[in-house]
Structures are given as C-alpha cells and as structure tokens.
Design a protein around this ligand. Structure first.
Ligand SMILES: NC(=O)c1ccc[n+]([C@@H]2O[C@H](COP(=O)([O-])OP(=O)(O)OC[C@H]3O[C@@H](n4cnc5c(N)ncnc54)[C@H](O)[C@@H]3O)[C@@H](O)[C@H]2O)c1
Length: 264
C-alpha cells in the first residue's frame, strides 16, 4: 500500500453519519465506504436511510447499517449507538451532519422556532457525541466532525434561528476539542452553498437567488456534496492526526472575495 493509500485508508473503521439520507451525508457515506469503512446511515427519513445504506453496500462490498433516528430524540440516539456497537463492535468516527434551517426574517422568530432549531442543529450533536465518547475513547485517532455553515460565522438575519444555532455549534466543538484530546479529535466543516436538490429551495431560496449567490462566489458555482465529503475525509484521516478544534471552510471562496477594485 502506498503512503497516500495508508493515510486515507479507513479499513476497520466504523463511522456513524447522521442526516445521511441527504445530499452531503450520503456523499460522505459513499466516500468513506469506498475507502474501507463500515458506515452507519442514520436519518429521520427511514426509507431514505435504508435505500442509501443498501446502495453503499452494493457499490462498496462493505457491510452497512441503515437506521431511522430522530436526532432530536435522546432515546433514539441511544438506540443508534447500541445498534452500531451490536452490529460492528465499536465506533471509530462520528459525523454529526444533521441540520436544517428555514428562512425567517430577523424579528419573525419566536421561542418555539429558536428552540426547535437549536435542538436540531446543536443539541442533537451534543447528545450523540456524549453517547459515543466511551467508544471513541477506545479507538486510535478517533474523530468527530460537525457540519457547520457559513451562516454561522457571518451575520445572517434572514436565517436567524439556523444561523444562531450553527454559531453555537462551532464553539461547542472547540470546547469538546480542548478537553478531549489527545484521545478524540473534534473539527467542524464550515460549509458554503452546496447543491442539495429541493432542500435549499424548501428553505426559502428561489432559483434566481441561488444563481445570484453562485455568481458572487470566487468559484462561480455552488458546491457538489462530495466536495464537502472530501474535507470530512481529510479531517477524519490519518493525515489529520494533529488537527483538532479547527473550522475547515469549504465554500468556493464565497466568503473571501477581494474587496479591491479588481472585484467585479
Ligand atoms: N447544502 C448546503 O448548502 C449547506 C450549507 C451549509 C451547511 N449545510 C449543512 O450541511 C448538513 C447537511 O445538509 P444537506 O445539504 O445534505 O441537507 P439535506 O436536506 O440534503 O439533508 C439533511 C438530512 O437530514 C435529515 N433530517 C432532518 N431532520 C432530521 C432529524 N430530526 N433527525 C435526523 N435526520 C433529520 C433529512 O431527512 C435529510 O435527509 C446540514 O447540517 C446543513 O445545515 C448545508
């Protein structure tokens, strides 16, 4: 095996992915299984989870587990951990990928909407990570990755619940990293606008808005889900053994445009 293959081999690893019937989670599932991992495809959408788990197993030849889990329900998260350990005997990595946000004007939110978003985007990830910790601590180079969002680091008044919850997520991850090393590493992938089919449109964007957004990016397009999975792969790999507590921004340069006169 070449050095590069060793660095990016996930043979013998068991990785739980949440929101894995969706665009980015399923892309990560396909990628990690193709590199040798057993992946656990967990999603609220049971049919979607089973379908993705089946496709990955067929494509990679690796055993997978598809399971319905509501990431906001602690009992279901406990069942997810138990089912994983019962099937594969361990947990080597976790991708807390669940998340969603609806467009709400700044002063159009309320307690229920704020709490709901916080439960889905932040608290669920805390609870699942806590449940996985006893297993992760036993593994070499154990790693937890979180799906953050650019709206969590820039003012985003039109997504007030979602952006506030994602901002909280990022600092929670840093706190986890500080106290849990050297045994377990924690990092966030800071995601820009990625094509996930209908999901973003349902959140309140129109096709015209997405085109304008794409044009404003340095790379002049939205991302593909697998381009986020590549970042997750790096953060979870043996090449990243000394990396913890970072936010890896993958956004097509959307947040880093030149403000000089060359800017168009
Ligand atoms: N796509 C983007 O432009 C973008 C940008 C920034 C951040 N992100 C983040 O990336 C992550 C993945 O996004 P995506 O684009 O793949 O979204 P997606 O809508 O394609 O997938 C999300 C998945 O989460 C599942 N889900 C929703 N509620 C759930 C719950 N309570 N419990 C379990 N599963 C639940 C859905 O069924 C769906 O399969 C999210 O955290 C999102 O906030 C996405």
């Amino acid at each position: 095996m070449s050095t590069i293959d060793k660095l990016f081999s996930f043979d013998g690893k068991v990785i739980i992915i949440t929101g894995a019937a969706g665009a980015i989670g399923s892309a990560a599932g396909h990628l990690f299984a193709s590199l040798g991992a057993n992946v656990v495809i967990s999603d609220l959408n049971e049919e979607g989870a089973m379908k993705v788990a089946g496709e990955i197993a067929q494509e990679s030849g690796k055993e997978t587990l598809g399971i319905k889990t509501d990431a906001t329900d602690e009992k279901q998260l406990q069942k997810l951990v138990e089912a994983t350990v019962s099937k594969f005997g361990k947990i080597s990595g976790l991708i807390n990928n669940v998340g969603w946000g609806e467009s709400t004007p700044l002063w159009g939110s309320d307690t229920d909407k704020m709490v709901k978003s916080y439960m889905l985007n932040t608290v669920g990830a805390y609870n699942l990570t806590k449940l996985c910790m006893p297993y992760l601590e036993k593994e070499h180079n154990a790693s937890v990755i979180f799906s953050g969002s650019m709206v969590g680091v820039t003012p985003s008044p039109e997504f007030i619940e979602y952006s506030t919850a994602k901002a909280g997520l990022m600092n929670m991850v840093r706190s986890m990293a500080v106290v849990s090393g050297p045994k377990v590493r924690f990092n966030t992938v800071l995601i820009g606008s990625v094509d996930n089919g209908e999901s973003t449109l349902k959140a309140g964007y129109t096709k015209e808005m997405l085109q304008t957004l794409s044009n404003s990016f340095v790379m002049k397009r939205r991302g593909n889900p697998v381009e986020i999975a590549y970042g997750m792969m790096f953060l979870m790999s043996n090449a990243a053994e000394w990396i913890t507590g970072i936010d890896l921004r993958i956004d097509g340069g959307g947040s880093f445009k030149s403000k000089m006169p060359t800017d168009s």
